[in-house]
Every structure is written in C-alpha cells, then in structure tokens.
Design a binder for this molecule. Structure first.
Ligand code: ADP
Length: 363
C-alpha cells in the first residue's frame, strides 16, 4: 500500500539524512555583474568541478595573487534559482520527518543574499528564492503523506537588529484586515525558542507568500532608509511543522529557519561613528558568534557558545545535535570588492571546516 511506500521512502531517505546530520554544507554563489556594470574584470579566476573556486587579487603579485577555496559546491553566475534550490530538498523532507534545519545566506551587502533567499521580486515565480521553493515543497510533500500524517504548519518572521528581536508579523491584524489567518499563542506549538513572536498557521504557499510580503513591509516600518536597515539586520523566517502520525498517534516536530544575515562587510572604524558604529559592532559580534558556534560544533567541543549573541540563541535548537545546516555564501566578483570577497571566503572556509580535513588531505 502507499503507507508502505512512504515507509520505504523514509528508509531510503534515512541514509541521506544520516549523511547530512550534524554537518554543515557550504555552497558558494557568485553574483553576476549587474546591468550597467558591463563585463567588468572579475576576481573569480576559475570555478572547479569539485567545489573549488580560485580568486585572483589584482592588487597582489606572483603566487600571493591567487588563492583556492574549497566548499561543497560553487555556483557560477549563470546558475538558475531552481538549480540553487535543487540540493535543498532533502532538508525539507527531513523537517517533515521531525528534524530542525537552518539555511543561511551570508555575504557582504549587494552580493545577492536576498536574491537567493527571497528572489528579486515576490511577484515573479521563475525567480522565487529558496524560501518560497522550500515552502512549496514542504506543502507538496506533506500532501503526499496526508493519509498517514496530519501536519500543521506555522510561520514566524523576526528581525534581529542591534541584538533586539523584532516580530515582523505582529502588525498583521492591522495591516491586512482581509487576512483570514489568525495569530496563535506560541504555546500551541511547543518548543519554540523565539520569544514573543507571532506564529501564524498556514495552509498553502500562497498564505506564506502573503506573509512574506507583510514581513517585508513591516521590515520597512520604522526604518529611516529601507536598504540601509535591511542590510544591517538579520531576518529569520521560521517554519514550524507538527505532524501527527494517524496510526500510532505519535507526534513529530521539526522546524526550518531561513536566515538572511546582515551584510558581513567590515566597517572602517575611522569612518563609523554613533549608530553606524554600534550597528557594525553588533553585526560583527553576532556573525563571529555564529562562526564560533559552528566551529565549536565541528570540533565537537563540549562547550558550544550559543549565549554570545541573540542570533545563536534564537537558533540554538537548530544548530548542532541532529540539526542540519546549509549556508549559501555570496560573493560579488567586482575588483573593488576583493577585500570583502576574501574575508567572506575565509569565514566560509572556517564554517566548512568539517570538510576541510578531507580537503587538506587531498592537497
Ligand atoms: P544582498 O541581499 O546581499 O544585499 P541583493 O540580493 O539585494 O544583495 O542583490 C543586490 C543586487 O544584485 C540586486 O539588484 C539583485 O537583484 C542583484 N542580484 C543578486 N544576485 C543576482 C543573481 N544571481 N542574478 C541576477 N541578479 C542578481
């Protein structure tokens, strides 16, 4: 029967899940030159088949000018949104099987993080990002299991700005009077690590798309300059899944965090003052806290420093243990971005350190 098919499918997936469990995969995406930038000189010298990328620094000479970085995969500029998403599907299945997963977008402002996560325009379906595609598959897969598992799905959207958590869906009732979705008390889906953030039950991808639009609008509220603010804060879309197995009555709980991180650029200390300096310090601190947590997990440390930032606190249950993590690291190939490109790739290499042992022994 199809119940046995589902069990068999789960058994086959089990190996795939074991592969991913407790590890982090790092994918690097190179942003194309934008219209009007022409075919500028690129700092990407070549992209190898096995997740290698060679960066050339035009300001350096000889052997110091080139450096190779190694990741799980490197995507060239011509890769489509569908191809970017393709490897994410096993993660979505595992959320429905009761695992926690995180997908991060990391990189300097303008390197394409929002493009990967949300897409350039929520009204154009071919360019929808990982967020929408993940939710679409989540609902699709849950429907194929409808005879055996009853799923409830709830969404939260928060922003972390200067170590403060802001609920991006709290204004929902005021902004969308025709909205039929209601905000639930968090306690109805237990085990949440996000304090006081609205949890909205959703039934289909259109509901989520509506929420993403509201979240985007709310993100702009109170921001003096939208672009400025959104690049200085982390935004997290969390999907909570609760499944009840109809035969056994047992409950599965999983969640997926889709995280568009604040821009990773270092701010020149001599230039930044006041608010700008404070923002920069908070961002540096939380991104390095994230790097430290992931590195500690990779080294199987006994102490994992989750408490060092709001970001790592919020994601605590979904980093390490049986959780799975995917990071899309973005680079801007323009020559004037070379400094940030190298520091971004160094950060990513540290995050990918689980695989570095293997990479090193190949050298
Ligand atoms: P970030 O979120 O890192 O600040 P954005 O996602 O806003 O960067 O991207 C900056 C600009 O580059 C936007 O205009 C975006 O549409 C464009 N862009 C980013 N990545 C791509 C891509 N892969 N293909 C085409 N345009 C892109």
């Amino acid at each position: 029967s199809s119940y046995h098919q589902v069990l068999e499918e789960n058994r086959l997936l089990y190996n795939q899940v074991q592969d991913l469990k407790g590890t982090i995969r790092v994918y690097c995406r190179v942003r194309p030159f934008l219209p009007g930038q022409g075919d500028g000189e690129s700092t990407v010298d070549y992209i190898g088949e096995n997740g290698n990328i060679m960066i050339v620094n035009p300001y350096k000479q000889g052997k110091d000018a080139r450096r190779v970085f190694n990741f799980n995969k490197v995507f060239a500029t011509n890769v489509t949104q569908e191809q970017i998403y393709a490897d994410t599907q096993p993660l979505i299945r595992s959320v429905l099987d009761g695992y926690n997963c995180c997908i991060f977008a990391y990189g300097q402002t303008g390197s394409g993080k929002t493009y990967t996560m949300s897409g350039p325009d929520l009204n154009t379906d071919e360019t929808w990002g990982v967020n929408y595609r993940a939710l679409r598959d989540l609902f699709h897969i849950s429907r194929t299991r409808v005879d055996f598992i009853e799923y409830e799905v709830g969404v939260q959207m928060i922003e972390i700005y200067n170590e403060q958590v802001r609920d991006l869906l709290c204004l929902l009732l005021y902004t969308l009077t025709t909205c039929t979705l209601d905000i639930r008390n968090n306690s109805q889906l237990n085990g949440l690590n996000v304090p006081d953030a609205s949890l909205v039950p959703v039934k289909c991808t259109e509901d989520v798309l509506d929420l993403m639009k509201i979240g985007q609008r709310n993100r702009a509220v109170g921001a003096t300059a939208l672009n400025e603010r959104s690049s200085r804060s982390h935004s997290i879309l969390t999907v909570h899944v609760r499944g009840k197995e109809l035969v056994s009555g047992s409950i599965l709980k999983g969640c997926l965090h889709l995280v568009d991180l604040a821009g990773s650029e270092r701010v020149d200390k001599s230039e930044a003052v006041g608010e700008r300096l404070k923002e920069a310090q908070h961002i540096n601190r939380s991104l390095s806290a994230l790097g430290d947590v992931i590195a500690a997990l990779a080294q199987k440390s006994t102490h994992i420093p989750y408490r060092n930032s709001k970001l790592t606190q919020v994601l605590q249950d979904s980093l390490g243990g049986h959780a799975k993590t995917l990071m899309f690291v973005h680079i801007n190939p323009e020559v004037n971005a070379i400094g940030e490109t190298i520091s971004t790739l160094k950060f990513a290499e540290r995050v990918a350190s689980i695989d570095l042992g293997a990479a090193r022994s190949n050298k």
